[in-house]
Design a protein around this ligand. Structure first.
Ligand code: 26W
Length: 817
């Protein structure tokens, strides 16, 4: 990675203080003495943005004028987290900021806290996109992140008095938003609806309504690379703002309909992260941002050209499709090339297939988007024609290659029959050059199961790129104490842009002095989290307990149910003295999880966890021995505070269900040990940190498949393990619902009759491994040695390495010269 020394001319504290004052006065019209923390936050952000502007302009110029192919990362989600401190870090101005803000009479953390977190994503997929654009800029690769600036991000989660999730709208841009630059003069027109007519042998789309796509540009500063890329998020505006006629006839609602309808498109993020709702507005969102992005890329790379030679388009930019959500981009580019630039089908197809690549992020069949041909045909009639054209040519290709009818039926992009469906993952696979999974096991399962027919037909298209996370946000910003110790141990901070250098820590795991310092860092992080939790969530945390964390979206395949049943079993064991009070290892368990609003079982599980926490935390018999906390509204900020304080991380999904996971990487890099299954990237983490430094339990993918094949009856496991039986009985007998036996009946019924993700089958090995974990924890030096080895051997899980893999295997480009 090219690490330029201090790309930006270092700024003195005095100069930066003046720059903040200048913004306060000339942009915000606020005097320094009346300025609030929020005013200082806005002023500092504008001052930082000013520092980035030159590099941004230079990067844009070099990208267009140079011959380095750019990357367009198309994603419906970008879970960026707070921006100010990340920009300060990448500019090398963290300390300068702290001193300047103090000089202005404010507390740096209070100013940082004034920033509202942009929640433009659901979970793993959205955060991965954010880590990837940070790495692209830090490596110096010319790139655009293309997405949507939702007015309302992921809902704010609150718990009601019963412990049930309540969703509140996240109106995040209700205040100053200094980072987004809205650029009306670079807006695009996006059409919808209407019909297609034949005009002198050409297919002509006659849309019947249009929306203005306005770009809001966010700077993406690289870490010490001197490069600043662009995150271009589109927001919808209507062309004809206001229906005056309706207003004059005092039909006030009618007057604003055109505006509301248009702006509805980017109003809100769909809060689902596995089961598509197939809503028309969702398809409108997908087409809106993809069509605007393709038009924008042609504008950027062929400035001022009316008849550009678009056969060179794939050499200018390659688009990565972040799951199936932007796949409508394939027929869109075909339409633009044929209908707007008169290329014939084959030329257009060759350009299109060389431009797009597809990343799949799931293994759940229900998460693979399928749109009805009727809906696409109604909203995008020309695109449905083109999709049919792609499908028909593909079917011919299969026939030529000897596929039988059954196989052709399995592989059709547009299903046969009277209610044809468009399978977007198949369209992405046929219409792009590469298909990759996000962890070795996942990519293998895609080839062996989900997309088997396609990997046999297109073996060279399939590859793997294991996920990664940015060490800038998830180590340096989140864990400054550990970062300082690592830099001390390695004698350089170059690990932040070359994470494999962490390897140099391995020998220090045998250096007791270093191990003690490492333990002290973890201890201080636990105390810091206890203070943070007290201040922001109002609950007491005892740092003299093991911090054991499970944070991720609530989904049955992730098996928060397994964790809560084990907690109940432990509670029962302490209560009825199965484990003697003095050899109980005190543990504090932290949950963090949002459930999709329509996901009933997930929401019932949240209610159960909150009520188990209520009962345990108010039971004097287990005080100091066991505590459970479920802070509301799990988001990037909470993750950045909780991960550095965690000692034991839960990655307990059923083998073969979690595509990769990225939380697992963040915890290992922050010195937590993992208890987990051989699923997703857990497999690679365990391989790299060493089996002896990872608590493995549960069935493998093959054992799971065998049990499905044999026929799985969960009740047998309930009968076989008294710990499990007792825990489930306590859930059904009202212990956690004030005696009401019906509250969790649906959960218990599912566990005993279906339990599709085999929580009960993996319970015993999970319960058994707890004693191994606690025995090791008793030996703090040994625990911390193994934790250090987790850090030392997890450098591979940097998103910089992931991007290097994409550059080598898929994009075939690199940093700007
Ligand atoms: C259409 C509804 C919908 C929305 C989002 C379906 C599927 C998704 C995402 C693909 C779900 C997601 O976030 N998947 C997660 O992606 C991460 C990044 O690759 C992986 O680490 C996680 O294992 C995977 O669950």
């Amino acid at each position: 990675m090219t690490e330029q020394t201090a790309p930006h001319t270092p700024v003195s504290v005095e100069q930066f203080t003046d720059e903040i004052k200048e913004q306060l006065t000339y942009t915000q019209g606020v005097t320094t003495d009346l300025a609030t923390d929020a005013d200082i936050y806005v002023a500092a952000s504008l001052a930082v943005r000013k520092h980035l502007m030159d590099s941004w302009m230079t990067t844009q110029r070099d990208m267009v004028q140079g011959s380095t192919k750019a990357v367009g990362y198309l994603s419906a989600e970008f879970l960026m987290g707070k921006q100010l401190r990340n920009a300060l870090l990448n500019l090398g101005m963290l300390e300068t900021f702290d001193d300047a803000v103090r000089a202005l009479g404010h507390e740096p953390n209070a100013v940082i806290d004034a920033e509202v977190e942009p929640g433009l994503g659901n979970g793993g997929l959205g955060r991965l996109a954010a880590c990837f654009i940070d790495s692209l800029a830090s490596i110096g690769v010319p790139a655009f992140g293309y997405g949507i600036q939702y007015k309302y991000g992921i809902f704010r989660q609150e718990f009601d008095e019963e412990g049930r999730q309540v969703e509140r709208p996240d109106y995040w841009i209700n205040n100053d938003e200094p980072w987004g630059h809205i650029d009306y003069n670079r807006s695009q027109t996006v059409n919808f609806g209407g019909s297609v007519e034949e005009v002198d042998g050409k297919r002509v789309w006659k849309p019947d309504w249009a929306v203005r796509a306005v770009p809001v540009d966010y700077m993406v500063p690289g870490y010490k690379s001197g490069r600043v890329n662009t995150l271009r998020l589109w927001t919808a505006r209507s062309f004809d703002e206001f229906d005056l006629a309706a207003f004059n006839r005092s039909d006030y609602m009618g007057a604003v309909v055109p505006q509301v309808e248009a702006e509805n498109i980017t109003k809100i993020l769909y809060p689902e992260d596995s089961t598509p709702q197939g809503k028309r507005l969702r398809l409108e969102q997908q087409y809106f941002f993809v069509a605007a992005s393709i038009a924008d890329a042609i504008r950027v790379f062929y400035p001022g050209e009316s008849k550009p030679d678009l056969t060179t388009f794939p050499d200018k930019i390659c688009f990565q499709l972040n799951d199936t959500h932007p796949v409508i981009g394939i027929p869109e580019l075909m339409r633009v090339l044929m209908d707007e630039y008169d290329y014939d089908w084959d030329t257009a197809w060759s350009i299109t297939t060389r431009t797009f690549n597809y990343t799949c992020h799931t293994l759940l069949p229900e998460a693979l988007e399928v749109w009805s041909a009727g809906l696409i045909g109604d909203l995008l009639p020309r695109h449905m024609e083109i999709i049919r054209g792609i499908n028909d040519r593909f079917v011919d290709e299969l026939k030529e290659s000897g596929s039988d009818d059954a196989q052709i039926d399995r592989m059709r992009i547009v299903t046969a029959g009277d209610n044809p469906q468009v399978r977007m993952a198949y369209l992405a696979t046929v219409g792009g050059s590469h298909v990759n999974g996000v962890a070795e096991l996942h990519s293998q399962l895609l080839k062996d199961m989900t997309l088997r027919d396609f990997s046999e037909h297109y073996p060279d298209k399939f590859t793997n790129v294991t996920n990664g996370v940015t060490p800038r946000r998830f180590m340096r910003l989140a864990n400054p104490r550990l970062s300082a110790l690592i830099t001390e141990g390695l004698g350089t901070d170059r690990w932040l842009s070359d994470l494999e250098l962490l390897q140099g820590l391995a020998p220090l795991a045998q250096d007791d002095e270093f191990v003690r310092k490492f333990a002290q860092v973890k201890r201080d992080n636990k105390v810091a989290f206890a203070n943070f939790a007290k201040e922001h969530y109002g609950f007491e945390v005892n740092p003299d307990t093991m911090f054991n964390t499970m944070v991720k979206r609530l989904h049955e395949y992730k098996r928060q149910s397994l964790k809560i049943l084990a907690v109940i079993s432990r509670y029962a064991a302490i209560k009825n003295g199965t484990v003697s009070a003095d050899d109980v290892l005190p543990r504090t368990i932290f949950f963090g999880a949002k459930a999709a609003p329509g996901y009933y079982m997930a929401k019932l599980t949240i209610q159960l966890i909150n009520n188990v926490a209520r009962v345990i935390n108010n039971d004097p018999d287990v005080q100091g021995k066991l505590a459970v906390h479920f802070p509301e509204n799990y988001n990037i900020r909470l993750a950045q505070h909780l991960i550095p304080a965690t000692e034991l991380d839960e990655q307990i999904s059923q083998a073969g269900k979690e595509a990769s996971g990225t939380g697992n990487m963040k915890f290992a890099l922050n010195g937590a040990l993992t208890v987990g299954t051989l699923d997703g990237a857990n497999v690679e983490i365990r391989e790299r940190v060493g089996a002896e430094n990872f608590f493995l339990f549960g069935m493998t993918v093959d054992e799971v498949e065998a049990l499905y094949a044999k026929g799985y009856s969960p009740a047998a496991y309930y009968e076989a393990d008294p710990r499990l039986k007792q825990a489930i009985d306590m859930v059904s007998n009202g212990t956690f619902s004030n005696g009401d036996r019906n509250t969790y009946a649906p959960l218990v019924a599912d566990w005993l009759t279906k339990d599709y993700f085999m929580t009960l089958a993996d319970f015993s090995t999970y319960a058994d491994i707890q004693s191994e974990i606690e025995d090791l924890y008793q030996d703090q030096m040994e625990w911390n040695r193994r934790a250090i080895l987790n850090v030392a051997n997890s450098g591979y899980f940097s998103s910089d390495r992931s991007i290097e893999d994409y550059l080598e295997r898929i994009w075939h480009t690199g940093p700007l010269a």
